[in-house]
Each structure stands twice: as structure tokens, then as C-alpha cells.
Design a protein around this ligand. Structure first.
Ligand code: NAG
Ligand code: NAG
Ligand code: NAG
Ligand code: NAG
Ligand code: NAG
Ligand code: NAG
Ligand code: NAG
Ligand code: NAG
Ligand code: NAG
Length: 536
């Protein structure tokens, strides 16, 4: 009997102290605290679901840090008390120094009020991503896709698919280039080899290895040049009024062709970054729209055609552009024709100028259009002219991603998508030389790929927050160095995501109604996900 108990006890003990995962990160330091997790033909780190079991009186913390922790797992027990502030021996000293380093950070959650439902998180199936993934051997292709989509990975469930080419293609193209000669009946329409090689197969492989339902969001960058005022892919341009109808039909043909290839598009925007065709700061595939023009096209052509087609379930997203133009752009569009609201289901936003514009514009947008869900559809770093394109192992870039996700979830946003799933070491290929960074960088000649801190930043959210989770109150949610957001998953698990941007560790105490306190330590410069079961 005693023997059995002992074995039991040992079993329980070993279960609790399993820290990390079956395959921990193979950390490589590139100097200046720039660290990546290296995957090669025989090894890649994983994070599986089955290792996430916890009892009702326990909570789990997963921590990644600038120091090199990646999804470091710990199990704690609920306590009846918060961590005592100043419980450390140096309280007199810190009082004398006026230091607040030994203060416990107290966070309170309230599960009563439920805010928006979560749609999901992910990245984009660009041509560049497909090219990079296919530049690896078959096993490594599988590992890379599994890192994003399988239950051993961070399980993306919301991804973007461009309609024809983008700046992250090797050349500009549409589905009916026709030597730039008009083809209003779209007789020469056909998908490109890129769709059949780099996009559709990647999507199908991702879906087949995922335990989640991966929703797809499409957007068109540029129509065929002959439909445009400048007869080109990039630069200052608008849609020629005589092709308003053809362009709507062109988009519907894309949906048809993708369906024929077993890919269903969940939502499609009215076009990527319309501002880029009006203010062509950067030259790449684009189409300019004024709020007036897009209101017309959406209400008279695109909206009605989509709704009366077999794609009537596909949602329409408006805008697909930067915070900078909110909320006036939407207001002008609605003012031009209020009926546009009958066609649009949500509003898509890009992250690029978030650091300069307050999240109040997002909150205001929700207030003014409460029935339209808000979705972040694109983010990448290194886009600014003064920035390094690829910054291998940058913790700061991971921090910027997670801070932006938390801020936007707290401002009613329902999901957040990164840009290219994978790029090469230069941040390409991109025909427009618009190099940027990516959570996964591929080194084909070295037979390796690198998971950057950005990968884990998104992972701290996407792995644990399920679709249809409801956001709840956590306060304070935004302090100088700490930001937090909280949701309740459909299975009644509470998930809290916290970022510590400070250079010192913090002791955190979170009160959970009916359960008690979760007391834990948040290392300096870290991301943390805290999970517990709200059921009694
Ligand atoms: C692959 O990575 C593992 C873990 O870091 C390492 O032990 C192994 O030597 C690497 N293989 C090659 C071929 O580099
Ligand atoms: C918790 O706090 C109560 C009252 O504040 C105190 O009586 C009790 O000893 C504390 N328990 C622990 C474990 O600190
Ligand atoms: C956190 O708590 C531990 C244990 O009580 C203590 O040793 C440490 O100094 C505390 N750290 C901070 C930053 O307060
Ligand atoms: C939670 O929010 C509800 C609704 O605002 C409020 O009535 C309740 O007092 C709050 N609970 C706590 C513990 O603050
Ligand atoms: C368009 O397709 C027709 C045949 O369907 C072909 O004769 C014509 O050359 C094509 N036009 C261009 C510009 O490729
Ligand atoms: C919409 O655009 C078409 C084509 O330019 C034009 O004929 C029509 O008058 C416009 N409708 C409105 C309501 O602006
Ligand atoms: C689509 O799915 C069906 C049924 O699973 C299959 O028979 C067909 O080959 C698929 N088509 C493509 C293009 O993948
Ligand atoms: C909506 O689409 C479905 C197929 O996707 C079709 O069966 C149905 O008839 C369509 N409804 C309308 C109103 O067009
Ligand atoms: C990529 O692999 C090559 C070897 O082919 C190596 O020289 C290079 O340093 C690797 N890049 C990185 C970032 O490690």
C-alpha cells in the first residue's frame, strides 16, 4: 500500500515538474541578445496540446523571455492570499531608495461582462512564403507548416490569401493581364502558376494538418492594368468607371476558381490599402479608391454581385488600410452611401502606423459601428525607410507585435494577422524591393529555418485563445511596462496574456473570482500566458 502511494506520489511529482516540452527550442544567439530557435532537417521545437492539462485548483503559466525562455511551463496552485508586497528582505532599503521594485503587481479580472468574440490569429499565404517554404527539403517544409498549423505548433486559424500578385511576388501579375489590352468579358481569365504552386497547395497542406478550422481572408492588390486609369500595376491609379462591373466579376471568378481547387474564402476585403494608390509613397501593386468611389463600387457592383452568387456566405470587409485614415475614411464612405453598411460585415485594419496613432480611433470605430467586427489583416516590421529590414532574433520586434495585439484586443478587435508566413534572410523575395521581416526566416542553403521572437509573441496568443473566446475585463490592463488582456474560451478556460516590457522582473498576483489568487513571477522582458479552469 505504502509502495503504491509512493509510486503514485512519484508519478504526480514527475508530472508536475515536467517543464518545457518534448522538443524545447534549439536556441542560437546571434549576439546582442538576439536569439532564435533553429529548426533543421532533424530537429524543431514543438508545443503540444496534451501537455497543457491542469487540475481545477491549479493554474499554468507559460513564459518566453529575452533571456531565452520559450513557452517555459510552470504549474501553480491557487492561493488564498496575494503575494505580500515588500515581503523581501530589502524593503527598508527600497523604501529609502524610493524604489518600487519589490511591489507586487495586482491585477483583477471580472468575468461578468463579456466583450467581443475572438475570430482568430495567423499570417498570409503569399507567393514569397510559398517560394521560401518550397525552397526547403520535404521534411523541413512539413516542419515549418507544422510549426504554424499543427497541434505541435502555434495553431494559426485565420490566414490571408492575396488575389493574384502582391509586392511579395517575383513579378507583378493579375489573372487577366491580356498584354494590357481590354478584356471586359474576362475571356482570358485564369489563375496564375503561383496560385497552383505557392498558394493553394500550402493552404491545403495547412488545413490537412490542423485540428482547427482555418478561416481564409482574401484581398486584391491590383486589378488587371487595363482596368486602371494608369494601365499599370502600381503608382497613382483608380478603377476606370467602365470596368466597375468587370472588376466585381473578376473577384467573383477568383472565388469560383479557388472553390474549384477546394479552397473556400471566408471573407474578402474591398481591396488592399486603397491609400497606396492615391498616395503612392511606395510603388507596388495597388488600386486607389476614394471613400466615395468604394461606396459606389461596393453598393452597386461588388456587394450585390457577391450576395446573389454562390459565394453569398463570403463576408465583405471594408477599408483594409492604416489607422491613420480612421475613422474619417469610413465616415465619408458611409456618408457617400449609407447602403454600403448593408453589404459590409466587418472592417479590416493594418498595423503599420499604430505606434503613432492612439487606439482610441479603434474604440471610436467600434462605438460608431458596433455591428461591424474589427479585424487586423496585416502586420510586418522593417517597413519604415529608416528601419533594418530583417533583424534576426530581435526581441523588440516580438514585443512590438504582442503589445499591438493586446492593445487591439482591448479595443474590440476580434483577430490579428501577420504578413508573410516565411521570408528569406533578406526579407524577400519581393519584386518591388519592399523587404521586411517575418516570424520565420528560411536559410535554404544552410538547411535551416529560424523562429524569431515574433513567432512566439503571436504564439502566446494564438495557441491558447480559441475562436469564439470572449474577452473579459482585466485591470489595470495598461501600465507603463505591463500590458494585459484576458478572455474566456468556449470551454470555460480563462486565458490571460501579459507582456513585461520592463528590465526588471515583477511579482504578479491575479485574483480569480471563486478560485483565489494566482501568484507568479514575470521575468524581465517577457511574454506570459496564464491559463486556468473557471469551472468549480
Ligand atoms: C539539427 O539540430 C539539432 C538540435 O539543435 C542538432 O543536434 C543537430 O546537430 C542539427 N543537425 C544538423 C545536420 O545540423
Ligand atoms: C492570508 O490572509 C489572512 C488574512 O489576511 C491571514 O489570516 C492568513 O494567515 C493568510 N494566509 C497566508 C497563507 O498567508
Ligand atoms: C518576488 O518575490 C520573491 C519571493 O517572495 C522575492 O524574493 C523577490 O524579491 C520578489 N521580486 C520583486 C521584483 O518584487
Ligand atoms: C463586475 O462587473 C459587474 C458589471 O459591471 C459589476 O456589477 C461587478 O460589481 C463587478 N465585480 C467586481 C468584483 O468588480
Ligand atoms: C486571349 O485569349 C484568346 C483565346 O481565348 C487568344 O486568342 C488571345 O491571344 C488572348 N489574348 C492575349 C492578349 O493573350
Ligand atoms: C457610380 O459609378 C458609376 C460609374 O462611374 C456612375 O455611373 C454612377 O453614377 C455612380 N453612382 C453613384 C451613386 O455615385
Ligand atoms: C477536391 O476535393 C475532392 C474531394 O476530396 C477531390 O476529389 C479533388 O481531387 C480535390 N481537388 C483538388 C483540385 O484538390
Ligand atoms: C447561396 O449560395 C448557395 C451555395 O453556396 C446556393 O445554394 C444558394 O442558392 C445561394 N443563395 C442565393 C440567394 O443566391
Ligand atoms: C545560412 O546558412 C549559411 C550556410 O549555407 C551560413 O553561412 C549562414 O551563416 C546561415 N545564416 C544564418 C543567419 O545563420
Amino acid at each position: 500500500m505504502a509502495m503504491i502511494c509512493l509510486i503514485f506520489l512519484l508519478g504526480a511529482l514527475t508530472a508536475k515538474i515536467t517543464s518545457g516540452y518534448t522538443h524545447p527550442c534549439a536556441l542560437r544567439d546571434y549576439g546582442d541578445e538576439r536569439k532564435v530557435c533553429v529548426c533543421n532537417a532533424t530537429y524543431c521545437d514543438t508545443i503540444t496540446r496534451k501537455e497543457n492539462t491542469i487540475d481545477r485548483d491549479e493554474f499554468m503559466t507559460l513564459v518566453s523571455s529575452k533571456d531565452g525562455l520559450r513557452f517555459q511551463k510552470n504549474i501553480g496552485k491557487f492561493s488564498q492570499n496575494e503575494t505580500k508586497p515588500g515581503a523581501t528582505s530589502n524593503s527598508v532599503l527600497s523604501w529609502l531608495l524610493g524604489s518600487s521594485t519589490s511591489e507586487t503587481l495586482i491585477l483583477t479580472i471580472n468575468t461578468t461582462v463579456r466583450y467581443q468574440k475572438i475570430v482568430g490569429f495567423g499570417g498570409a499565404f503569399t507567393d514569397a512564403a510559398g517560394i521560401n517554404i518550397l525552397s526547403l527539403g520535404k521534411e523541413m517544409q512539413e516542419m515549418l507548416l507544422r510549426s504554424y498549423f499543427s497541434d505541435e505548433g502555434i495553431e494559426y486559424n485565420l490566414c490571408r490569401v492575396p488575389v493574384s500578385g502582391t509586392d511579395f511576388s517575383t513579378h507583378p501579375y493579375s489573372y487577366d493581364d491580356n498584354n494590357r489590352l481590354p478584356d471586359p468579358l474576362l475571356k482570358n481569365f485564369s489563375l496564375a502558376k503561383e496560385d497552383l504552386k505557392y498558394k493553394i497547395p500550402m493552404i491545403l497542406r495547412a488545413q490537412s494538418m490542423s485540428k482547427r478550422n482555418i478561416k481564409l481572408v482574401a484581398a486584391s492588390w491590383s486589378p488587371p492594368p487595363w482596368m486602371k486609369t494608369n494601365n499599370d500595376f502600381s503608382g497613382l491609379s483608380f478603377l476606370k468607371p467602365e470596368y466597375y462591373d468587370s472588376y466585381a466579376k473578376y473577384i467573383l471568378r477568383f472565388l469560383d476558381e479557388y472553390n474549384k481547387n477546394n479552397v473556400t474564402i471566408w471573407a474578402i476585403s474591398t481591396g488592399n490599402e486603397p491609400s497606396n494608390g492615391v498616395l503612392p509613397v511606395k510603388h507596388f501593386n495597388s488600386l486607389g479608391w476614394t471613400p466615395l468611389g468604394i461606396a459606389n463600387w461596393t453598393t452597386h457592383y461588388f456587394g450585390p454581385q457577391l450576395r446573389s452568387s454562390t459565394h453569398n456566405q463570403t463576408l465583405i470587409l471594408a477599408f483594409d488600410d492604416q489607422r491613420l485614415f480612421l475613422p474619417w475614411w469610413i465616415d465619408l464612405m458611409v456618408k457617400a452611401n449609407r447602403r454600403v453598411l448593408d453589404f459590409i460585415d466587418g472592417i479590416a485594419i493594418h498595423w503599420y502606423w499604430d505606434m503613432f496613432i492612439s487606439d482610441n480611433v479603434i474604440k471610436e470605430l467600434h462605438q460608431n459601428y458596433p455591428s461591424k467586427f474589427l479585424l487586423y489583416t496585416e502586420a510586418s516590421q522593417g517597413d519604415k525607410p529608416w528601419e533594418k529590414k530583417v533583424e534576426l532574433g530581435s526581441w523588440e520586434r516580438g514585443e512590438a507585435y504582442l503589445a499591438d495585439i493586446i492593445e487591439n484586443l482591448n479595443a474590440w478587435v476580434t483577430g490579428w494577422m501577420d504578413w508573410n508566413l516565411a521570408l528569406d534572410e533578406q526579407g524577400g523575395p519581393t519584386w518591388a524591393k519592399n523587404y521586411v521581416d517575418s516570424p520565420i526566416l528560411v536559410n535554404a542553403s544552410g538547411g535551416e529555418f529560424y523562429k524569431q521572437p515574433m513567432f512566439y509573441a503571436i504564439g502566446h496568443v494564438t495557441k491558447f485563445i480559441e475562436r469564439d473566446a470572449e474577452r473579459i475585463e482585466i485591470s489595470p490592463s495598461d501600465q507603463t511596462e505591463i500590458q494585459a488582456t484576458a478572455v474566456v474560451n468556449p470551454d470555460a478556460r480563462l486565458v490571460i496574456v501579459i507582456i513585461n516590457k520592463g528590465n526588471v522582473e515583477k511579482n504578479v498576483s491575479i485574483q480569480v473570482p471563486r478560485k483565489g489568487w494566482m501568484n507568479f513571477n514575470l521575468p524581465a522582458r517577457s511574454f506570459a500566458t496564464i491559463v486556468c479552469d473557471l469551472k468549480d
